[in-house]
Structures are given as structure tokens and as C-alpha cells.
Design a protein around this ligand. Structure first.
Ligand SMILES: Cc1cc2nc3c(=O)[nH]c(=O)nc-3n(C[C@H](O)[C@H](O)[C@H](O)COP(=O)(O)OP(=O)(O)OC[C@H]3O[C@@H](n4cnc5c(N)ncnc54)[C@H](O)[C@@H]3O)c2cc1C
Length: 421
């Protein structure tokens, strides 16, 4: 038994953690053992999506790259291969991964199961749009090869591990030489100006918000080759930080310093643009022992401005300042995922230190998001209710029925049990 949490370090569970060496061992476990089971990748989901007391199957040892064709950019790899490792394999041949979430410390299985999105979503869509095949071990221990037109494929992308254990992913990489990038930072003072600024297309863009003010980061590749991505030294947070570090005045000071010190333009590499938070190892310890919640919602384009204003009003009323607030624009997902998160609009991610007050605030934010026909990202959730999820994403009911009908309801996480999926 091992004490596990998500990245936010709230909701710990004692879980029986098993680390199979290969697909045959996973098939044997599922065909000989009974009871609920869930897959776990790198543990990058913030809440309780990769926790199961009875049996949590880690893909840590399934990390082999099985085939890579440098002429077509098609790669087949085991599901526990990390994004960092895949980038190191692919970039020397002029290929890149078309969808990069905010950290490279995630696995291909976790990226497929959450159907992740990046800062280039309007152009690239979600991760599932680039997946060409999945190998999945089902509830009976059968190894199934799934093509994009199969039910199991659509249910599994964005399905948060609730359809089976993904053991292999076949992915179409994107032809993109590893070059230097130019990043511009635009300071904006109002929500209206911020949303309008997103209208200027850029290969990668995301805004760091401080209330209605924001810095919009826009980046585009240059045509000068850059040193390939690889492991680099980075400072690490050695222990849990004391609570005052993320107090309201400390965050206000950080935001003021950030606004004042960031250069308007710089040359950098794609990994530093895509994964800014990877610059400090174990940064989640900054929130202290109690951990933190990330609240990530999707707000449809019309009327995103009034929805965002209502969110910031609720935050001000609650007297809780998010330590991080990032806004991205999303386009069509182009992924066959049944219950994926990304669709056209703006997605706001807010980090709050865990407390009773932030839990109350997030309930209030749920109501605002529901009133504006928005959605919640399950990869970040740790506290919403079954009723609220069905109000926000009614399609989960079809998914839950399909799980029961096919026997996939054996795959259960703390999240699926909390949300009656
Ligand atoms: C710093 C940070 C920044 C992030 N930024 C973004 C972002 O920009 N965009 C975005 O979309 N997401 C983002 N995320 C969320 C992250 O991409 C997802 O939670 C992703 O699922 C994590 O992958 P993982 O390998 O860590 O999976 P885990 O966290 O271990 O598991 C996540 C879910 O995937 C399932 N799963 C994992 N492996 C398998 C498998 N082999 N078979 C079946 N199911 C599996 C689990 O059961 C669970 O439901 C971020 C996370 C962090 C920590």
C-alpha cells in the first residue's frame, strides 16, 4: 500500500500500487484478479483521477519507444513513455509533438486519457486529433487494438482511464525543426483588450492574469536551429513551504514584480515556452502540506468577457487570491473523444491553496460556469459534485451508461466514484 495523491497533493489515498513490466502482465492481472482498478501515469492530474485503493496500475515501466518512422513521423510507443523522452527521440529528425500541455512530465497514456490541449489549440486541436491507434487492455484482460473509428477509441480519449488500461499509443508527429522562437509579451489592462488581443493569431499564446490585468505571451518559431531539448539543471523546492509564502500580499508582490521585470520580447526555445512551470522542480511543494486545487473551466466565446468578469468578482468577494491564473484560447478539438474537455472558447486555470474558503469559492465558480454554458476539466478536478458535472457536461451520462453496458465500469478511480461515473 502506498499513499498517493494527484499533483495538487490534496485527497491522499492509501492505494495498492502495482508496476507491471509489460502488457502481458497487465492482461494477466486483469484476467485473474477482481475488483476496481485504474491506470496511473506520471501523476500529473491535479486531483483524484489516478487513485484507486483496491488497485492502481502504474505504467512507469512501460516506457519503450517501439517504432519510429522518420520519413512519415508516425511513432508507436508504450503508454508510460513520457513526453520529455518522446521529444528527445523525435526532435533530432525534425519532428515534434503537435500538442504540448504545460509540463513534459506526463505520459502518452495520461495525455490520451485526458485528451490534453496546448497553447496552440486553435491550430492543432487536442491530442486525440493526432492519435492514430491505441492498444488497450479491457476489463476481462483482453488486449484490444483500437482504430480511430472504434467506440473504445472515442470513449478512451478523454475518458480519464475509465475504459481500460492504454498500453500503447500510435501518434502522428508534426514536421517541425527544433529552432529558436521569438516570444513577445503584451501588457493589457482590461478583459476586453485581452480577449481582443487573442484575435491576433500566433503559433503559441497564453495569458498570465492578475485580475483584469494580464500579460499575453505570444510566440512564433524563427528559422535558426536551436540546441535540442534535453535534461537541464533546474532549482528544486526541497521541502513543503510555510503558508505565508502564498498569502495574499506575497502573491500581489510576485505579480507586481513579474509585471515590472519581464522583458517585452526574448528569444527562447519551445520547451521554455510550452513548459514554463518545469523550470522549478517540485514547485507544488510551494503550497505547503495542505496542497492546492487547480480550478480549470472552459467559457464559450460569447459572452466570455462577462463570464470572466463574474469569475473575478466572485474571487474578489471571497477574498482569496489565486497564486496563478492562466487564460488560453481553445478552438475546435478535432478529436473523436466522447467526453473530452476542449472546445471553442477560453479556458481559465486558477491555482488556489487548499482551504474551506477556496472550496466554497469553487462551488460558486461552478455555478457561474454553468450559467454561462461552460465546462470543467476533469484532469484538474478534485471536488465538484455528480449533479454539477451533469449540468456542465450532460454527455457524461451516455459515457457512464456505455461503461455499465460494456463492463468498463470495473475501471474506477476516486474521481469516478465521487462523480458517479
Ligand atoms: C504543471 C502541469 C501543467 C499542466 N498543463 C496542462 C495543459 O496545459 N493542458 C492540459 O490539457 N493538461 C495539462 N495538465 C494536466 C495533464 O496533462 C493531465 O492531467 C495528464 O493526464 C497527466 O498525465 P499523467 O501521465 O501524469 O497521468 P496521471 O495524472 O497519472 O493520470 C491522469 C488520468 O489519465 C489516466 N491514465 C494515465 N495513464 C493511463 C493509461 N496508460 N491508460 C489509461 N488511462 C491512463 C488516469 O487513470 C487518470 O484518469 C498539466 C499538469 C501539470 C502537472
Amino acid at each position: 500500500m502506498t499513499r498517493l495523491t494527484g499533483f495538487g497533493r490534496t485527497a491522499p489515498r492509501e492505494c495498492r500500487l502495482v508496476e507491471p513490466a509489460d502488457v502481458a502482465e497487465i492482461a494477466r492481472i486483469l484476467s485473474t484478479e477482481s475488483g476496481p482498478v485504474i491506470a496511473r501515469g506520471a501523476g500529473g492530474a491535479y486531483g483524484d483521477a489516478a487513485l484507486q485503493t483496491n488497485l492502481t496500475l502504474s505504467t512507469r515501466r512501460l516506457d519503450r519507444l517501439l517504432a519510429f518512422d522518420p520519413t512519415t513521423g508516425i511513432v508507436r510507443a508504450e503508454a508510460g513513455l513520457t513526453l520529455a523522452a518522446l521529444l528527445q527521440h523525435a526532435t533530432p529528425d525534425g519532428w515534434s509533438v503537435p500538442v504540448l500541455p504545460g509540463t513534459q512530465a506526463v505520459t502518452l497514456g495520461g495525455m490520451a486519457a485526458a485528451d490534453v490541449h496546448g497553447k496552440n489549440h486553435p491550430a492543432a486541436g487536442s491530442f486525440g486529433a493526432h492519435v492514430r491507434g491505441l492498444q488497450i487492455v479491457d476489463a476481462q484482460g483482453q488486449v484490444r487494438e483500437c482504430a480511430p473509428d472504434s467506440e473504445l477509441f472515442g470513449a478512451s480519449l478523454g475518458g480519464m482511464g475509465l475504459t481500460g488500461i492504454i498500453t500503447q499509443v500510435t501518434l502522428q508527429l508534426e514536421r517541425a525543426p527544433w529552432t529558436w522562437w521569438r516570444e513577445e509579451r503584451l501588457h493589457v489592462e482590461t478583459l476586453h483588450d485581452l480577449l481582443a488581443a487573442f484575435d491576433t493569431p500566433a503559433p503559441m499564446q497564453a495569458a498570465w492574469m492578475d485580475g483584469h490585468r494580464a500579460i499575453l505571451h505570444r510566440a512564433a518559431p524563427l528559422d535558426r536551429p536551436a540546441p535540442p531539448p534535453g535534461p537541464r539543471w533546474r532549482p528544486s523546492v526541497p521541502v513543503d513551504a510555510p503558508g505565508f509564502l502564498l498569502s495574499r500580499p506575497a502573491i500581489a508582490l510576485f505579480n507586481t514584480l513579474r509585471r515590472g521585470t519581464l522583458a517585452r520580447s526574448r528569444e527562447t526555445t519551445l520547451d521554455r515556452i510550452a513548459f514554463p512551470l518545469d523550470g522549478i522542480a517540485n514547485w507544488n511543494r510551494l503550497y505547503g502540506r495542505a496542497g492546492f486545487h487547480q480550478y480549470q473551466c472552459l467559457l464559450p466565446p460569447e459572452p466570455a468577457e462577462s463570464a470572466l468578469a463574474a469569475v473575478w468578482r466572485a474571487i474578489a468577494r471571497a477574498g482569496v487570491k489565486p497564486a496563478l491564473a492562466v487564460l488560453k484560447r481553445l478552438g475546435a478539438s478535432r478529436s473523436p473523444a466522447w467526453i473530452g474537455f476542449a472546445c471553442p472558447g477560453f479556458t481559465l486555470a486558477l491555482d488556489f491553496p487548499a482551504s474551506a474558503r477556496t472550496l466554497r469559492l469553487m462551488d460558486e465558480l461552478d455555478a457561474i460556469v454553468a450559467d454561462h454554458m461552460g465546462r470543467l476539466y476533469l484532469a484538474k478536478d478534485s471536488r465538484t459534485s455528480p449533479a454539477m458535472l451533469r449540468r456542465l457536461q450532460p454527455e457524461v451520462e451516455h459515457f457512464a451508461n456505455w461503461r455499465r453496458a460494456t463492463g468498463a465500469d470495473r475501471f474506477q478511480s476516486a474521481l469516478s466514484q465521487r462523480l458517479a461515473l
